[in-house]
Structure formats: C-alpha cells, structure tokens
Design a protein around this ligand. Structure first.
Ligand code: ATP
Ligand code: MG
Length: 813
C-alpha cells in the first residue's frame, strides 16, 4: 500500500488512511493501544481543513485531558497553518465552559461565574453542612460530594432523584441547598459545567439548531470512557439521524482501555453509538507503532484473561526488543532505592531522556516513598496529580483574591481570604456576616455594608481593598495585576515573615511566571482590550483561514469568552457569535487555573522523570516505563479484587500501563510495603502470572512475593508452580488461594516491631525534629536500622513524609 496523494496522508497505513479520508458520516474506530487512533483523529482534522471540507469553526474535538488537547493543537499547527483556537478542541469540561461563557445569560449564570474545583466543592459542601447543622457522622461531606457529583453525572437535578428512604431524602435536600448556594455565589462545579450545557442544549431550540449547523465534524478520542451525560450531550449537539442534522461524529476508542467505570464511564456507549447513530463505517486498526513485541505480547497476553471484550488484534513489525524486566524488592523503601539507581543508569549509560521515562503506580499514596527517594537523591522528577500547583494553599489564596476581583459574590473565595493574612476578623464576626447575608439573601460581599462596630470596619476595609484593586488593575497586564495583588493584599509579606514561608513565596512567584507563560502561549496583551468586531464564524461564510493575523488569533481565544454588548439575548440565532467574544486575560487565566490544575506548570520545561498514576497515563507514551507496586491488594486493588467487573477493570488498567512503553518496561513488586500507616506483607500481583514467560526477564529470582507468609496463608500459592499453568488453569486455581491467603488478616499484618533501645540517631516517635526543607515536624514512627532506618514525620506545612535517616539529616529540637 502506497499513498502519496498528500504529504499529510503519506505517513498512514491503509486502514488509517481509510479512516482519515472517510466521507462526512458517523464512524467508529475501535482499536488497541498504540495503533494510531489519536494520530488518525488529528490527521483527519488536518485533512478536512486542507481539502476545504470544513472551516476551523466547524470542528469540535474532545480529548481526555488538557494535556492531550494542547498536544493536538500543537500537532495541527505543525501540519498546516491554521488558527487552532477557532476550533473547539478540549476536554468535555473545557468545551462546556467555553459554551457556557458564550451563553451565560441563557444558562442563568453571571458573566463572571467561577469554577469550583474538587477541593473548593468540598469546602463549599462543608460550609453548607455547618450552616444547616448536618450531622457529619451520618452525612460525611465527602459522601455528599460523591452523591451530588454522581447525580449530576447521571443528569439528575434534585427533583429527578428517586427517594426511597429518609437518608436519600436528606441528601437530596442538601443537594438542593447546595445548588442554591452555588447559584447565589455565582460558582459552578465540574459536574455543573456539563449538566448545565446539556440542559441549555436540551431546552433551547435556537442554541441547539445553531450548534448543529455549526459543527460539521465532531471527533471524540477515548470514547470508551465517556459517561452517560457526556454521551447524551453529544446526542443533543449532533442530533440523531432523522433529526435533520448535518454533523458527523468520528469516535475512536478501545474497550480494553476503559478504566473509568468507577466514575460512571460506560463502554456501552460504543454499542449505543453504533445503533443510535446508525453508524455505517467501523474501522479496525491492528498495527501497533508504539512498542516492541515483548512489550506488546505481554499486554495482549494479559488482556486475553478478560472475558468481556469486543475482541481485537494488535501486531507490531518492530521486532522483539528487550525482555520485560521483573524486579522484586524486600520493601517499598528498597524498591525506591533500586529505582533511583536504575534511573541513573538509564540516563547515564543507556541514553534515555529523563522526560521519556515514567514511573507509574496504582494509587497516589504510593508516590510518597518514590518522591522521597528521588528528592533525597537530587533526581529531577515531576508529579502529575498529587498536590498540584494550583491546589497549593498559597496559590489558592492568591487565586481567591483574583477571583473576588472578578466576581465579588464568590463566597468560597471570600471566606478563604477575608482573614488571610490575618486582619482581625474573627470567626464570630464571620458567622454574623453569614447570618446577615442569609437573611438578606445576598452575598457576603454585599452584606458587609450592614455590619457595624470594629469588626464591621475591618470587613469594610477588606471589601474596599478588593474593590480598589479591581479599579486599579484595569488595563494592566496579567503579570502586573498579580504582582500588585500579591503585594497589596499582604500575602507575600505574610509568607516572608513565616519561618518556613520561603517555599510558598517561591510558589507565589511561580504563579506570576505561570501567568506570564499563559499570556505568551495564548497571545494576550493588556486586559480589557477593546477588540474590533469579532470574526464571523458562520461556516458558510468562512473559507479556510490560513493566514491568521495576530488580532484574529487574540480574538479567538475564547476558553472564557465575554460577550460583546448585549447581543446574547438569543432571539435571533444568527446573532450568536460565540467566537466573537473577548475576555479579560485575568478571567481566562482563572479558568485555566481551575480547569488545568493537573498540568503542574511549576516545573514545566525541565527534563524530569514523570510520576503519575496509571489512570493519568492514558493516551501517553514513554521510552521507558516502570510499573511499581505490582502486588495483590495494590494492583489489582483490594477494593476491586472480589468482584468480576472490578478485577477486569484492574486488568484493563494494567493493560493501559504496559502499553505506555515504547522500548523498555520494568515491572516491580515488593515483599513488604508501608501503606496508610501499616506494613503489608504482599503476594506479588496475579498480573505477573498472566504474562508470557518468554517475554520476561527475572532480574531478581522469581518467587511468590512475600516468602514468609507462614501457616495462616496455606503456604502462599505454591511458589513457581502456578507459572507453568495455562490461563484457564490459573483461573481455576485462583479462588483456592484467593480465599485463604488474601484474607485481610494476612494482608495487613501488624507493623514491624518497634525498637525498644533508642538507636544512634536519637530519633523516636513523639520527638520534634527539624528538616532543612520541610522545617519543623513531629516524628510519628521510626523503623529499620542502620542505613535502612527511616522515620515518618508530620510536617505541619508539608504533610506526613517518610525520610531515610541516613540521608535526610534530621535534627532533634
Ligand atoms: P492509545 O490507545 O494509547 O491512546 P493510540 O491508538 O491513540 O494509542 P497513537 O498515540 O495515535 O495511538 O499512536 C501511537 C504511536 O504510533 C505514536 O507515536 C504515533 O505517532 C505512532 N504512529 C501511529 N501511526 C503511525 C504510522 N502509520 N507510522 C508511523 N508511526 C505511527
Ligand atoms: Mg490515543
């Protein structure tokens, strides 16, 4: 097969080419990992544009992460000169945000609505619970949060929830109150972005018709992980056959990589899509371009143990490559040490780039020991997820000030900073203010004018400061705004005066940098730029715009658009001009901060090894991958081990993990591991048994994992005996040892005996210690001896950390 018709298409195989050049009709590409699904999706967009089948404004593409959206835009820009911002490319949340910004009035939102991230949402719920005297033992805020998000993901408003018992009745009441609170404060959570967009499309025929005419090509990556509401949203946006719609959906996905069922994802959406949209084109891609065959065969062999599969094949022509290395360590601590050594070799001897190496783990909690080892060794690393830059307390404080300037009714932000840095406003005054606001039915900001006395004066000063800042910053660059706010609010000085505030000051400075790079990337100039009339994006009137001027580029940045004048009334659909909008750089930046919290801007650019959960690694690829903690109970996770669907999802997760690797793959497990304050004695993961022996190399001698289970376990599962068995035999063998040796008793063995005599380092539980970077903390536990000695320390500013005493230099204070 040779296709030379266009340089764009020259790099595709036959099936890929067919997929890219499909007619403008609904299609599904179902294919395994690394087969070029994302590449096909991106190339199709470029091809459609290049052949003038659609204008950029007629494209909507959904990616799974912001990172993926960014990569797609870069990729497109490298393929052809095009204004990528005129296309709607983003996550479901990002796109819904853009949509709601354009139609905020119709959606019943204030123009400057702010987005609550998961943390903000929880604190809003806590506040609500307090106000309504909710018994937090019966209704833990976290559970309420889960309930509310679940309802929204199912498209249910409080009135739609079926109430069968008192408990649900109360939860629904609180859901209702929470909604009222959000509405009053002008904030929306992630679920609300999606649900509100859905409802607006559902209820407003003009809007719906407008977008149905506008988006000719809708492309959805990772379709297997869409949830019910997202699919329903797509249906409204595009319209089913017979509803007179013109848009074509290209969905790409892999049922074997469906890993978000726990968050409501429905693989069944693929079958529904084929049926409901009467999909005529289904294409399979069978060649994997990512990995050597030892890696690919391992993945294929593993996933063949799942029963519920649509069935696909994957082959590679790349040759066997290196064997997959399997390594056992005596403890998680030793595992981390080994890892650091191996990483050094990878980089120094084998020439791998650090950023091309990923350390993957099943649970976030596992990253702590890895981070400590990397940190102590001075090895550059970057964590995706975990405590993200935009989630750090000092950053949230700064953002809260900025948000208040944008939207004074944002009570969550108000409460976060009204007395931070301290300005003599006590809890009592805040309560009184909250009462007053409740009575008057207004925001805290607006209720301030009614307060009296000294507290009232302090509150008034606070509000005045925000109002003055808003005026002062008009026309400033984003950098100037943030600098001024950090200074005038006293935030920087507050941290400067703190003993261990240096880190936080650094982070605040980093915020200025983040803003700066946001501005450069997105092409913003000064705030409140009065741009001329917007680009007309009516698909009919616009050809392919290859020569984008700077001002056009600026106009079309509308992640967080603000509409001109009052044309958004909506009685004439032709007046919709969702791209003819501008927003202030500040508004755009705040949106970016809420939606892109995971991107860890702080260390972007540095060549660093990447740490992330397997979930976060979806769609990405690396030259070398370490999958750590391959132990029963951890991966597969204990919560999922006892039910069939759960176990299959864990196996898909393992499939995702393995298929991230291009050249080299390490599978690592440890005999013991400290997790949640307990030492666990682990069997190695069943997934290791489900790999083809001929692809593996046992770097450490192969055995049953923790070799010392004793009689209670029934002697493990028979050492290497199980290894020669076929998958079917394994399945039969599984329940027998699964019941005996995996009971929680054997699992969570008591912690290692605590040393009686005080060891040389003089550090023991209960003592206060000082660490150069983390400051003062309290020792919670000490274990191990000699060079293996480590201490668990609670640092008020940095959380609980494990430190190797031979490296970490702790002094008793
Ligand atoms: P995943 O399921 O993990 O998301 P995917 O199916 O989306 O994978 P891509 O990420 O698009 O796969 O492609 C995997 C790798 O193979 C990428 O590096 C891509 O550039 C490369 N690739 C895809 N198709 C070809 C091709 N025809 N020739 C050369 N390389 C290709
Ligand atoms: Mg992909």
């Amino acid at each position: 097969f040779q296709n030379t018709s266009s340089p764009l298409l020259a790099q595709l195989n036959e099936e890929q080419y067919r997929a890219v050049a499909l007619p403008a009709e609904h299609a599904l590409i179902l294919a395994g990992a690394g087969s070029g699904k994302t590449r096909v999706l991106t190339t199709r967009i470029a091809w459609l544009l290049q052949t003038s089948q659609v204008s950029p404004g007629g494209i909507l593409a959904v990616t799974f992460t912001n990172k993926a959206a960014k990569e797609m835009k870069l990729r497109l820009q490298s393929m052809l000169p095009v204004n990528v911002n005129a296309m709607w490319i983003g996550t479901f949340h990002g796109l819904c945000n853009r949509f709601l910004r354009a139609h905020y009035q119709l959606a019943g939102l204030p123009q400057t609505f702010q987005i609550l991230d998961t943390q903000d949402q929880l604190s809003a719920i806590k506040r609500l619970c307090k106000q309504f005297n909710v018994d937090e033992d019966r209704f833990p805020p976290k559970q309420l949060q889960y309930f509310i998000s679940g309802c929204k993901e199912d498209g249910q408003r409080p009135g739609d929830v079926t109430v069968r018992d008192d408990e649900t009745r109360r939860k629904v009441e609180l859901y209702q109150l929470y909604e009222e609170q959000c509405q009053r404060e002008g904030v929306v959570d992630f679920g609300e972005l999606m649900l509100r967009s859905y409802e607006l499309l559902r209820d407003n025929v003009h809007v719906r018709e407008h977008y149905r005419r506008r988006f000719r090509h809708i492309l959805v990556d990772e379709f297997q992980d869409t949830n019910k509401l997202q699919y329903a949203w797509l249906k409204l946006l595009v319209g089913l056959p017979g509803e007179g719609s013109e848009g074509a959906i290209l969905a790409v996905g892999d049922d074997d990589q469906s890993i978000y069922a726990f968050r409501g994802a429905r693989v069944g959406n693929m079958a529904d899509f084929v049926r409901e949209f009467q999909v005529q084109h289904q294409i399979k891609l069978e060649q994997n371009y990512r990995s050597y065959s030892n890696i690919l065969d391992s993945a294929n062999h593993l996933i063949s143990h799942n029963k519920t599969r649509l069935g696909k094949t994957l082959r590679t022509t790349q040759g066997a490559g290196e064997p997959v290395r399997v390594v056992e360590s005596p403890s998680d601590f030793a595992e981390a040490q080994w890892l650091v050594e191996e990483l050094r070799q990878l980089v120094k001897q084998d020439g791998f780039e650090r950023k091309e190496v990923a350390l993957l783990y099943r649970s976030n909690a596992q990253s702590r020991v890895l981070e400590t080892a990397l940190f102590n060794a001075g090895f550059p690393y970057r964590v995706y997820g975990g405590l993200r830059f935009f989630e750090r307390a000092e950053i949230k404080h700064a953002l809260a000030y900025l948000r208040l300037m944008e939207n004074p009714n944002d009570d969550t932000s108000f409460l976060r900073v009204v007395n931070f840095p301290p300005r003599g406003i006590g809890a009592r005054s805040i309560e009184q203010l909250q009462d007053a606001a409740r009575v008057a039915g207004c925001s805290l900001h607006d209720a301030v004018s009614a307060t009296t006395g000294k507290a009232g004066a302090n509150l008034a000063a606070f509000v005045a400061m925000i109002d003055v800042l808003r005026e002062q910053t008009e026309g400033m660059t984003l950098r100037e705004i943030i600098d001024l706010v950090l200074d005038k609010t006293g935030l920087v000085n507050h941290y400067r005066a703190e003993k261990e505030g240096a880190d936080r000051v650094e982070n605040l400075e980093e915020l200025v940098n983040a803003a700066e790079s946001f501005v450069t990337q997105e092409g913003f100039g000064r705030s409140a730029v009065a741009l001329p009339q917007a680009l007309s994006q009516s698909p009919a009137s616009q050809g392919l715009n290859m020569n984008v001027t700077a001002s056009e580029a600026r106009q079309s940045i509308s992640e967080s658009p603000r509409l001109f004048g009052s044309r958004e009334d909506g009685d004439d659909v032709n007046e919709f001009s969702e791209d003819g909008v501008i927003m202030s750089p500040l508004a755009a930046f705040l949106t970016h901060a809420s939606l892109e919290a995971g991107d860890n801007q702080a260390q972007a650019g540095e060549d660093a090894v990447q740490l992330m959960t397997v979930h976060a690694s979806k769609g990405l690829e690396f030259d070398a991958v370490f999958i750590t903690g391959l132990e029963e109970g951890l991966f597969p996770h204990e919560n999922a081990m006892n039910d069939f669907d759960g176990l299959e999802e864990e196996r898909r997760l393992m499939y995702v993990a393995i298929t991230r690797a291009r050249k080299r793959l390490y599978l690592s497990h440890s005999q013991t591991r400290m997790l949640h304050g307990q030492t666990r004695y682990n069997l190695k993961s069943r997934f290791l048994e489900e790999l083809p022996e001929e692809c593996l190399k046992w770097v450490t001698p192969k055995n049953a994992g923790f070799s010392n289970l004793g009689s209670s376990s029934g002697g493990g599962f028979g050492g290497g005996g199980a290894w020669g068995q076929t998958p079917a035999q394994n399945r039969h063998a599984r329940p027998a040892w699964g019941q005996s040796s995996l009971s929680t008793e054997t699992y969570k063995s008591p912690p290692l005996p605590v040393q009686k005599a005080e060891p040389e380092h003089g550090i023991s539980a209960g003592k206060n210690v000082f660490h150069n970077k983390f400051g003062e903390g309290k020792v919670l536990a000490v274990e191990g001896t000699g060079t293996d000695a480590r201490a668990q320390v609670n640092f008020p500013r940095h959380g609980v950390k494990w430190l190797a005493l031979s490296v970490a230099k702790l002094t008793v204070v």
